[in-house]
Ligand binder design. Structure first.
Ligand code: ATP
Ligand code: MG
Length: 589
């Protein structure tokens, strides 16, 4: 089966897409202009602050009365809680005042360890307002990964809950030399030294605050990568990044001010902040903040009951919904949806088409990384979708395929040739370094070109296709095999829910392909099914690329951001050390 292009007729869309024509906007767009636009609407004198763009700017405009956050608590039966832009602004101001009253200064590092709650939004925005740096942590991290990240970032303070404090911080946090405060959203009996409940403190603080005017290049966010390929890196992002958050959300997510927008990413990783907090607030939309974890019925219920118009989610979630089938989706009225997007992992063509058939809309895949701070390559609202492709570069982004050479690099001009995906430096949300890892940062560049570590090719129409991470690519009998291509074919089999593919050493071929497969409910592993899936793969991919062996698993190892950890499948297969598993969520045994 091959996938036809999904054509978009802009005139049939409920609202006009932000991109009239991809090429037209690409030609006329410049980051320089976008940056000066923001600086002019900013704090004067070329100063900016992410929180000013996200909140302050709306105060005194009709947007201030709009609902910024609609919070859906995980407590059963709890009613949704609405927080307007004005109310969120006041809360963020109180938080900024609280930090200042404790003596925190510009540049101090404030870590956030909490689930997805309005308090976390207040903390992020208040921290930025005070000129401090915010670093989000996954609330599901254990003590070790938390400590490692706080040490790298020399944390001044951490905001969390008493439950997470007791479970993950008590016992060691006081030893962290840089740490001055543990701030609690709720209360703790017998608060240890320098542990403070925020409620009484915020109560005493005023509801206005003069947002700190920052240099565009001042550090604002410290984001740790997902750790899919190894030890997580701390990527440094600056205040000017907000320009990219705003623009890319308009282009790639088609955000309009009257949208009800839901980003399902955890706030502990970059999508959860760039597109789950900052960008939507900049656009004045109403955001759904759901505290609960994935649950197919709850999710469909939220899409329906909240009238979600724009939905940004991830392939793992989409594959889980696919596992429950169309019957479940058909029980809900999802007619308010008008734009679906996905990020985090390659989106299998099967999933794009499933969206169209089941939800009435295709998923728009887009590609980016913690390092890029914002979406770089996307299938736009106004653009034809090629299922399986990441799309085309954002306006202002120059992407190319290249090889490293002994003395530099060569750009590959020919279409359909695989190489490393590279980006020309110079957009606002580009990371400015890996904290304390100068050498690792330097190695990611050849001249102006940033090497992403992902392999891809570009087709005749300028669409980019993900092949695999450079580390995951399999070299078999002279072929370069991308795990994504093989996994996508395995997913075409109706029994397959998840697939992960690795290369294992082979005397003759160098490496051969081995597949791991998790099945949908109602399917039992067995020889007949194994033969059937392997047969499909051979027929579709040819014997050189198809897996030589296949094993069924209950589930596959995944990071907390939902990425399949192929390196772990491989290490276990070969009996090698597992390496850094601090971000492992589903151990997949
Ligand atoms: P680490 O760098 O620590 O190994 P990571 O690369 O998984 O972790 P992130 O920055 O969260 O950390 O993820 C970015 C990576 O996710 C990309 O480099 C790419 O490999 C993958 N990715 C994200 N979106 C897509 C997409 N749409 N298609 C294919 N791959 C994607
Ligand atoms: Mg990476």
């Amino acid at each position: 089966m091959s996938y036809p292009k999904i054509s978009k007729d802009p005139h049939s869309m409920p609202v006009k897409p932000n991109l009239e024509s991809y090429d037209q906007v690409r030609r006329s767009f410049s980051w320089q202009e976008a940056v000066s636009e923001v600086e002019l609407s900013g704090l004067g004198d070329g100063k900016v602050n992410i929180a000013h763009q996200a909140l302050d700017r709306h105060i005194g405009t009709p947007t201030e009365d709009r609902v910024a956050l609609r919070f859906l608590s995980k407590e059963p039966g709890a009613a949704p809680e609405d927080i307007t832009y004005h109310a969120l602004w006041e809360r963020a101001n109180r938080f900024a005042n609280a930090l200042t009253s404790l003596g925190l200064k510009k540049g101090d590092r404030v870590y956030g360890l909490s689930g997805r709650t309005p308090d976390l939004y207040m903390a992020l925005l208040g921290t930025l307002k005070a000129g401090c740096v915010f670093s989000p942590l996954f609330s599901a991290f254990g003590p070790e990964p938390i400590r490692a990240r706080m040490e790298i970032g020399e944390a001044t303070a951490i905001v969390t809950t008493s439950r997470l404090y007791r479970k993950k911080l008590a016992g060691w946090i006081q030893e962290l030399p840089s740490l001055r405060y543990v701030l609690l959203f709720d209360e703790l009996e017998d608060e240890p030294y320098r542990t403070k409940s925020l409620a009484p403190l915020l109560e005493r603080c005023g509801t206005t605050f003069d947002t700190e005017p920052m240099q565009p290049e001042d550090m604002a966010l410290l984001h740790f990568t997902s750790g899919t390929t190894g030890r997580p890196k701390g990527a440094v992002h600056v205040h000017e990044a907000v320009v990219a958050h705003m623009k890319t959300a308009a282009f790639a997510l088609d955000l309009h001010p009257d949208d009800v927008y839901w980003c399902t990413a955890d706030p502990g990783w970059v999508t959860g902040t760039s597109y789950g907090m900052i960008a939507p607030l900049c656009h004045g939309v109403t955001m759904i903040v759901d505290e609960a974890e994935f649950d197919a019925e709850r999710w469909y219920g939220t899409l329906q009951d909240q009238g979600v118009t724009v939905w940004y989610t991830a392939p793992t979630a989409i594959r889980m919904l696919m596992k429950y089938g169309k019957e479940l989706a058909d029980r809900y009225d999802l007619s308010s949806l008008r734009f679906l997007a996905s990020v985090g992992e390659p989106l299998n063509p099967e999933a794009v088409v499933w969206g169209l058939e089941t939800l009435g809309l295709p998923f728009h895949d887009n590609w980016w990384q913690t390092e890029t701070g914002g979406i770089m390559i996307a299938n736009y609202a106004s653009m034809d979708i090629k299922p399986g492709s990441m799309g085309r570069p954002m306006p202002g982004i120059e992407a190319a395929i290249a090889h490293r050479t002994d003395d530099g690099m060569t750009l590959i001009e020919a279409p359909n040739e695989t190489g490393e995906l590279v980006l020309k430096s110079g957009w606002p949300s580009m990371f400015r370094g890996y904290l304390h890892e100068e050498e690792r940062y330097r190695k990611a560049f050849v001249g102006d070109w940033y090497f992403t570590g992902d392999l891809a090719f570009k087709d005749e129409d300028g669409y980019f296709w993900f092949v695999g991470r450079a580390d995951d690519v399999i070299k078999s009998s002279g072929h370069l095999i991308g795990p994504f291509e093989v996994e996508s074919v395995l997913l075409e089999h109706p029994a397959v829910a998840e697939a992960g593919v690795i290369g294992i050493p082979d005397d003759i071929g160098g490496e051969v392909v081995k597949a791991f497969v998790a099945l949908k409910p109602n399917y039992e592993p067995g020889d007949a099914l194994l033969k059937e899936i392997m047969g499909l793969a051979r027929k579709r991919l040819g014997p050189a690329v198809a897996p030589k062996s296949l094993e069924f698993r209950e589930s596959l190892p995944k990071t907390r951001s939902g990425k399949i950890m192929r390196r772990l499948l491989k290490a276990r297969e070969l009996g090698l050390p597992e390496g850094d598993t601090s971000t492992l969520e589903d151990s997949g045994r």
